[in-house]
Design a protein around this ligand. Sequence first.
Ligand code: 5AD
Ligand code: SF4
Length: 453
Amino acid sequence: MVDFPSGRVKKLHIKTYGCQMNVYDSARMADVLAPLGYAPVDAPEGADLVILNTCHIREKASEKVFSELGRLRPLKERDGTMLAVAGCVAQAEGEEILARAPYVDVVLGPQAYHRLPELVARASRGAGAALDTDFPVDVKFDHLPAPSASQGPSAFLTIQEGCDKFCTFCVVPYTRGAEFSRDGASIEREARQLVDGGAREITLLGQNVNAWHGTDGEGLGALVRRLARIDGLARIRYTTSHPRDMDDALVAAHAEEPKLMPFLHLPVQSGSDAILDAMNRGHTADHFRAIIGRLRRARPDLALSSDFIVGFPGESDDDFARTMELVREIGFAQAFSFKYSPRPGTPAALIERQVPEEVKDARLAALQALLKDQQDAFNAATVGRTVPVLFEKPGRHPGQLAGKTPWLQAVHALAPATAAGQVLETKIMALAVNSLAGVIVDSSVEAGERRSA
Ligand code: 5AD
Ligand code: SF4
């Protein structure tokens, strides 16, 4: 055990890059450091400890770390701010970080967050930079403290980490390691703690969240039903899924469990079978169509999101046309699309037929224009409807709250602060910039009653 100095409040600034799993991890790092007297602050200036929680998925994300470290260096030199690099760049390039930025105090991979206090204490004793990029995921979850209430009405809960799928473009299997599922009882315990702390919605997280399985072989569908029994929990979501793990029990949960929200992020990456094969996705475009068909039969109002990569090595005009065709056919409420970025150590980076940058640019622009049209049409179709909104936090203007529809659309409406954490029937009046403008039509809000969904 390490002895921690107590005393004055220390300022902690965490900057998070990348996916929602990093958002969750950042919250847990803050929880782990709270007993040492660290309280979160919004800016790095004046902080005692700055943690960069990094993303390695594409080159741009990865390079940001080094430019941010360059900006932080003067703070370190002036105020003695301690600098830590966490997350997937730390995991993949720990030694390189210490070589390129030797002023960094702590480098720790995603499986070492429970050891943060010890690493920080070691670095603050001047014992040199502390590096921990080991892989034992199970140990981490056993050692993290109960989550604090800091996540608010909509909380994240990591239930699964890592990936064994080895898509040929992706670094995740190397940075986050093999698939690991947390056990159901500890997930349920954490979910109850989150709900006791004010969460009304929980998003279950994992790199391959629908590959989750319990010790008795039960899958994510069973876990969703188990968590749905928690009183006070109104909404359940999960992300990110893989088409190959979309089993019947999970599809049935979409049909039968009203707390499971009708929105699914299911990455397909490409509409071309040749490219899907070269990506090692393990499914064809028609498999994906069939899965969407089953899901829509189970839950007709299901809205879909996906990830796409354009310019994967060898992608021809015809391959790209198939991606556009798939998008037109399925219709997405929102989606993420990226230019292929060769990642060190992944098989696709070694393929010789790389697509020229200007071709990637043109394909990305065409795909994003189509996806934007679909997203706009989806949002426009909500105008005039009355839908349940979970209000989460203050909106942009005084007197407003911001919340989400079941389909993950952002809504803002005039509402008393007491409406935060409530699911309220809201009439959508208009499209606004990046959100929908609504009016609460739920009479219970005026009476100040607390309503469960
Ligand atoms: N290049 C471009 N996009 C990538 N993604 C993952 N790896 C790469 C890469 N090398 C995208 C995929 C994945 C999302 C999280 O990031 O679409 O689903
Ligand atoms: Fe990466 Fe593929 Fe695993 Fe997703 S399924 S994390 S894209 S290797």
